[in-house]
Write a protein that binds this ligand. Structure first.
Ligand SMILES: C[S@@+](CC[C@H](N)C(=O)[O-])C[C@H]1O[C@@H](n2cnc3c(N)ncnc32)[C@H](O)[C@@H]1O
Length: 185
């Protein structure tokens, strides 16, 4: 399954703008300020990394991203923030199969809007368990399409949603046995 959003510059810019709007909701109950090193799975163009490197001065982040185009844009974007130098690294690989070796202990892993794009999300989760140290948390923020509401209702948008392939691919529905935090993006 191809990544539905694609890798155009416009789409990459959307990821950055989207996070400027939604970061306050993602991090409302998520505080990494006491951690020293976390791993972001599916880091895209670095939108979450920028937010966290800015808000948590003692934090280092390793991103894992399977698309070379996204990883390239992330490196360019992060290079615009000289103060973040030496506090981040990006590994280009598939998070379903990577067996990373980190230069510093991992306090936590997290991912934001990734599982919905993974055909077999359970494989990614199982692989993460192979390298995430026992007892360390994995935070997942995922879309919850059924929570999307607009008012007044628009038949055109309802029809669009009904035909949206991502809706039937919502990982919470496929996995069936775990609970979503209900984040909507
Ligand atoms: C919707 S973007 C979100 C990016 C970033 N987390 C953010 O919040 O802006 C999803 C990203 O996950 C990446 N991705 C999807 N499957 C992956 C996998 N198996 N391993 C690594 N990255 C993956 C995609 O290439 C894409 O860049």
């Amino acid at each position: 399954m191809a990544y539905i959003h694609g890798f155009s510059e416009e789409e990459q810019n959307r990821l950055l703008s989207q996070n400027e709007v939604l970061a306050p909701y993602i991090y409302r109950n998520l505080d990494f300020s006491s951690f020293t090193h976390i791993v972001e799975i599916g880091c895209g163009v670095g939108a979450q990394m920028i937010t966290l490197l800015n808000s948590c001065p003692g934090l280092s982040i390793t991103g894992i991203e399977q698309s070379p185009k996204q990883a390239h844009r992330a490196r360019i974007h992060l290079s615009h923030f000289p103060g973040f130098q030496n506090r981040y690294d990006i590994l280009e690989d598939d998070a379903k199969r990577i067996h990373p070796k980190f230069s510093q202990p991992v306090d936590a892993a997290f991912m934001v809007w990734v599982l919905e794009h993974v055909p077999q999300p359970e494989l990614l989760l199982m692989n993460t368990r192979t390298w995430l140290p026992a007892g360390k948390p994995l935070w997942i923020t995922e879309v919850f399409h059924p929570s999307f509401r607009i008012w007044p209702e628009s038949p055109a948008i309802l029809a669009l949603l009904a035909g949206y392939p991502g809706l039937s691919g919502f990982p919470g529905r496929r996995s069936g046995n775990w609970h979503s935090s209900g984040q909507s993006a």
